[in-house]
Write a protein that binds this ligand. Structure first.
Ligand SMILES: [Fe+2]
Length: 461
């Protein structure tokens, strides 16, 4: 009888410890927090709990969490929308509970007014799945950039049906996403459960999987290249006529002097050494972007799906592949004629935007710049210069990658090139040959096989 009593006590202690471990350290927060839907006057704080609760968030500025926003009903998928904020300002927040769990964020700049040329930094990255360690290295480096907005090119997890994969992804991303609102696009790995978990965590219930973001004078069309309503499967992308019509309508609504980017998982172009089924550029996405570009100039398309870095100009479109977020790396075809820069590297990109100006830098996990370029420019000066807008040739020289003569040859004055028509275009300031990362060299590679060459059985990657 005594031994049974001891066993019962041990079981009770274990149970109590489990509950304490579940609720005390992070106020019952299971995943998150992460930040969604960045607007000039509002921000959404998201997190999950194992049990239904009514979530509330305290927030304020300069350490004073003197305001509170709450949900109306108990839920496990929390969305607390903080409203009444001032544009372009930094705020702190904390999920209410016994233990501080929270972070900070900066609201989006307004679409017009005095803050239009206030500089801000955008992080772009993606394809994290499979390798948690490599993913963590990318996130740690990217988090040190202090971007105010993160654009994710898709493929967060290897299999969306696995809760453990999502738990790992959110754990790795925790510090970054607690301070940087994320705007993701759907990857083919996110529809292995028909998009259920992705929608639960990132999709606004009132919007389709494609959406538009306005962030000051920057507009981002977030496309869904694996649109299930159009028949997409994990190994086969698709885009509906409805999505294309929506994109064209959005483009018509954008002021001509505003900058337009496209964020999508499978982009219009990509040139791996070995092309696998369902990879390379998407003809449907390319047709959509060409249609949009006829209405409003598309400054750049940021995509993933291939696990490397590429920058190029093809058919008049400036395109990037940013798939070095942790997934097993593939070999880009650095010799392909339209490819201006390629690297097989764990990597991410930051773009500093100031009004019509935009300067981008691709970096490896040590924070070293291995590619930089002017994405948008205009005769009007950025009137609020920061270190981000120092002459790019000088910053490259600091990093040991500059070729000052080449920058001059490219016609790039301090702060970037002035384009004749004032529009956005890519102006590489450093030739590809001189910017190869020492840590992750982009070795010249043979041309890929013909597109119709026999290939291995389909496998999502
Ligand atoms: Fe993919």
């Amino acid at each position: 009888m005594r031994s049974l009593f001891v066993i019962a006590l041990a079981a009770l202690a274990a149970c109590t410890h489990h509950e304490a471990g579940e609720k005390s350290p992070r106020n019952g927060v299971e995943l998150g927090p992460w930040l969604l839907d960045p607007q000039p006057t509002s921000m959404t704080v998201a997190w999950t709990t194992p049990l239904k609760t009514v979530g509330s968030v305290s927030y304020g500025q300069a350490g004073a969490l003197d305001k509170k926003a709450s949900e109306a009903e108990a839920t496990v998928d929390h969305r607390v929308v903080i409203t009444g904020l001032t544009p372009g300002d930094k705020f702190e927040y904390r999920i209410d509970g016994e233990v501080p769990v929270g972070g900070s964020f900066t609201t989006a700049p307004p679409a017009e007014g005095d803050l239009l040329d206030k500089p801000f930094r955008v992080l772009i990255y993606g394809d994290n799945r499979t390798n948690g360690g490599d993913h963590a290295l990318v996130v740690r480096a990217a988090g040190s950039e202090h971007a105010v907005l993160a654009l994710h090119t898709g493929d967060m997890v290897v299999d969306a049906k696995q809760p453990k994969a999502w738990a790992t992804w959110f754990a790795v991303e925790r510090d970054l996403l607690a301070h940087t609102p994320i705007v993701p696009t759907v990857g083919n790995h996110e529809i292995t459960d028909h998009g259920v978990t992705y929608s639960r965590h990132f999709k606004d219930a009132g919007r389709p999987t494609f959406r538009a973001l306005q962030y000051g004078t920057l507009h981002v069309l977030v496309l869904d290249s694996f649109e299930q309503a159009a028949g997409a499967e994990p190994h086969h992308g698709a885009v509906s006529d409805a999505q294309r019509a929506w994109a064209e309508a959005e483009a018509k609504s954008i002021p001509k002097d505003h900058q337009l980017w496209v964020l999508v998982h499978q982009g219009p172009f990509a040139h791996p050494v070995s092309k696998r089924p369902g990879h390379g550029g998407s003809e449907a996405v390319k047709a959509l972007i060409h249609a949009v570009d006829q209405i409003h100039h598309v400054a750049a398309t940021f995509a993933g799906h291939e696990h490397f870095y590429e920058r190029g100009v093809e058919e008049g479109l400036t395109w990037f592949v940013l798939g070095g977020g942790g997934a097993p790396l593939d070999e880009p075809d650095a010799t392909f004629p339209s490819v201006q820069r390629a690297a097989k590297a764990l990597s991410y990109m930051v773009v500093d935007v100031c009004g019509c100006h935009a300067i981008g830098r691709a970096k490896d996990i040590t924070g070293k710049t291995f590619d930089e370029f002017v994405l948008g420019d205009c005769p009007q000066a950025c009137t609020a210069p920061t270190s981000a807008f120092q002459p790019i040739a000088q910053s490259a020289a600091d990093a040991g990658t500059a070729d000052a003569g080449a920058a001059g040859d490219a016609g790039a004055p301090a702060g970037g090139a002035v384009l004749p028509d004032g529009g956005a275009a890519i102006v590489p300031l450093v030739p590809a040959a001189s910017t190869t990362s020492e840590a992750t060299p982009a070795a010249p590679a043979p041309r890929p096989p013909p597109r119709d060459a026999p290939s291995a059985p389909a496998q999502a990657k």
